[in-house]
Design a protein around this ligand. Structure first.
Ligand code: GTP
Ligand code: ZN
Length: 355
């Protein structure tokens, strides 16, 4: 027996005309896992649900409250969606390819969360414009934004940065924390209450997995660095998409939410490091890799102190992060192509003969 209230449900608990309310915890290719009074079940939308749900956003997603026709012996049936109080969606082809804009469908990737934790790392250059963008996305999702500046242990002076961000973003509470040392983590207790649901938003590498693991007290997510070889498969195999923390709060962490973190990945690096990139044309060789080449302007600037080693390393780290996200978005495009073909199949199925 599961008390659905513990999963954030606040509607009537008694079955309505034989249907049980439930909450979607995992989304698979064509089935869902959900929790309901009778426990954890596999469920799939009924044929009539498919037929009436014309748009992708009408299909269930992780976090949705649904009505279930409970089936003791096989998959339960999802017969309806309860109204969402908050949602994040993304266009099916990502924000990058404007030429595909026509016919792009919205796909809801998470629903019914109370808080949107927006993460940004204190050790990389913190971009307020990016934070602002995440913030307005969070506000329009219907969730309450909370800004978390991560990796505080890597930042020499947290307080001035924290104050600057607070000034710039008066619309949201801002905290600094470190999942490594645990500093600042207690600030989250006021949000992570039993039955409350949070989602995490932030660029790859800001420490979402590390924070989730720290909150869960165990490894629910693989952290970057030890998963390089299997980064492609990890979301489908290694973690649950809606899960409860030991204190009873709920966290949604879907691949779709992670993809939202790719926004702006390649924006603004050149301009933030124009002083560094201005050196490149001064190198003797046009294809200089700035490692050991004779006549390298970067090495000379490092030698003379004109360019600090810290700033150069920051630049390289940014470039690496970008290469990493670029690789990821390639993978996402492949995945989207696959999803497109799938939704085409579904459309054709729907057009086909009815029985
Ligand atoms: N020093 C320090 N390092 C951290 C902290 N949190 C995360 N890291 C490191 O930052 C790197 C990225 O952390 P992840 O937790 O994998 O980041 P992520 O946001 O989940 O990344 P994606 O899964 O790609 O979205 C890892 O090498 C972590 O060990 C922290 O509080 N302090
Ligand atoms: Zn050079």
């Amino acid at each position: 027996m599961i008390d659905l209230k513990e999963y954030g449900y606040d509607g009537p608990l008694e079955p309505v005309s034989g249907l049980l309310p439930g909450r979607v915890t995992e989304q698979h290719r064509d089935r869902y896992k959900a929790v309901c009074l009778r426990g954890e079940v596999w469920a799939a939308p009924t044929g009539s649900f498919f037929y009436s749900a014309g748009q992708q956003q009408d299909f269930p997603c992780v976090g949705d409250f649904v009505l279930l026709q409970y089936n003791e012996t096989g998959d339960s049936r999802i017969t309806g969606l309860l109204p969402r109080r908050s949602q994040f969606s993304r266009s099916d082809f990502g924000g990058h390819k404007a030429e595909y804009a026509k016919g792009v469908q919205q796909q809801v990737v998470a629903a019914n969360f109370d808080y949107v934790f927006i993460l940004s790392s204190l050790n990389r250059d913190l971009r307020l414009s990016r934070l602002e963008r995440y913030l307005s996305a969070a506000l329009s999702s219907g969730g309450q934004p909370v800004v978390l500046l991560t990796k505080a242990d890597l930042c020499f002076e947290v307080q001035p940065v924290l104050e600057e961000v607070r000034l710039a973003l008066p619309g949201a509470p801002v905290y600094a924390l470190s999942s490594r040392t645990g500093a600042g983590m207690e600030e989250l207790e006021r949000y992570l209450l039993p039955g409350k649901t949070a989602v995490f938003l932030g660029m790859s590498g800001v420490g979402k997995s590390s924070l989730l693991n720290a909150l869960a007290g165990q490894e629910v997510m693989k952290v970057q660095g030890i998963r390089e070889d299997d980064s492609r498969g990890r979301h489908t195999t290694t973690h649950r998409q809606l899960f409860r923390l030991p204190g009873g709060a709920l966290v949604i962490d879907t691949p779709g939410m992670r993809e939202l973190g790719l926004w702006d990945a390649d924006e603004g690096i050149g301009s933030a490091f124009s002083d560094v990139e201005a050196l490149f044309p001064l190198c003797r060789f046009p294809d200089c890799r700035h490692q050991s080449e004779p006549g390298c302007a970067v090495l000379a600037a490092l030698e003379s102190g004109e360019l600090s080693r810290a700033r150069w390393e920051q630049y390289l780290a940014q470039k690496r992060e970008n290469a990493f996200t670029a690789e990821k978005s390639e993978y996402l495009q492949e995945k989207r192509a696959w999803q497109r073909s799938l939704s085409k199949q579904i459309r054709q199925m729907k057009k086909g003969p009815k029985f």
